[in-house]
Design a protein around this ligand. Structure first.
Ligand SMILES: *Cc1c(COP(=O)(O)O)cnc(C)c1O
Length: 237
């Protein structure tokens, strides 16, 4: 482990946690209710050991194979899948991820349920349902109406624990531009939980460019990569 990187990542973590904390206080929320997932896609395995040593225990990866290649480098981390999951990789994903944040269809949920029952009996797999709240044709996820229709069936799947909802906002340069998306996800969650008990309260929303706005609007999980590890493709430290 590079000692300079440990120092760098310890500071980066504190700074992001401080920003989360300030945003939470502005909204009258308890900062302890917000979980930071450090998005480590493209970050080489040798930095991940420093990341976990710096206290970044929750790591987010968007590719199954990349996570598999790096996992042995960061023992003790909890792994979140935050990228699209193809059905032929579902079995591997159930094996190596602690939480799958990107369940975006009925078919995928049904497949994961079957595998979870077989591979981890008695331990339902924690998942989030990905919602395309902006109905952006370029994005994956349930529409709001599709989610409401599918939810009773999804909640009944015994192999899955549906902890809440996740969304990927549009890419923004002005964080305020992301706010309507986050408001929509929170309102959808509140509305559905009124009518369909069984959906968990988690809201995974917000990335480096807009996580403070997401926290102000109710995020319980923020997925932050570049604000911790540095610009992707740039120098490591
Ligand atoms: C890459 C990614 C992030 C993190 O983006 P940063 O700009 O590095 O914070 C968050 N969520 C998803 C789904 C991603 O693919």
């Amino acid at each position: 482990m590079n000692p300079d990187d440990l120092v760098f990542l310890t500071r980066a973590r504190s700074s992001v946690l401080e920003r989360i904390s300030l945003a939470a206080r502005r909204a009258g929320r308890d900062p302890a209710t917000i979980q930071l997932v450090a998005v480590s896609k493209t970050v080489p395995a040798d930095r991940l050991r420093a990341a976990t040593a710096a206290g970044l225990r929750d790591l987010g990866e968007n590719r199954v194979q990349e996570a598999l290649d790096k996992q042995s480098g960061a023992p003790g981390a909890r792994w979140h899948l935050i990228g699209p999951l193809q059905s032929n990789k579902a079995r591997r994903a159930v094996e190596i991820f602690d939480q799958i944040q990107t369940v975006d269809s009925d078919e995928l949920a049904t497949r994961l349920d079957r595998m979870a029952l077989e591979m981890r009996p008695g331990r339902p797999l924690p998942i989030l349902l990905q919602v395309n709240v902006d109905e952006d044709p370029a994005k994956a996820g349930f529409t709001a109406a599709g989610l409401e229709a599918a939810l009773p069936g999804l909640i009944a799947l015994p192999g899955l624990e549906i902890r809440g909802l996740m969304t990927v906002g549009r890419f923004v340069t002005d964080p305020e531009a992301a706010r309507p998306t986050f408001v929509r996800l929170r309102r959808l969650s509140e509305h559905i939980r009124h009518t369909a008990p069984g959906l968990g309260p988690e809201l995974s929303m917000g990335m480096s460019a807009d996580f403070e706005v997401a926290v102000e609007e109710g995020a319980t999980i923020v997925r932050v990569g570049q604000a911790i590890f540095g610009a992707r493709g740039g120098p490591a430290v």
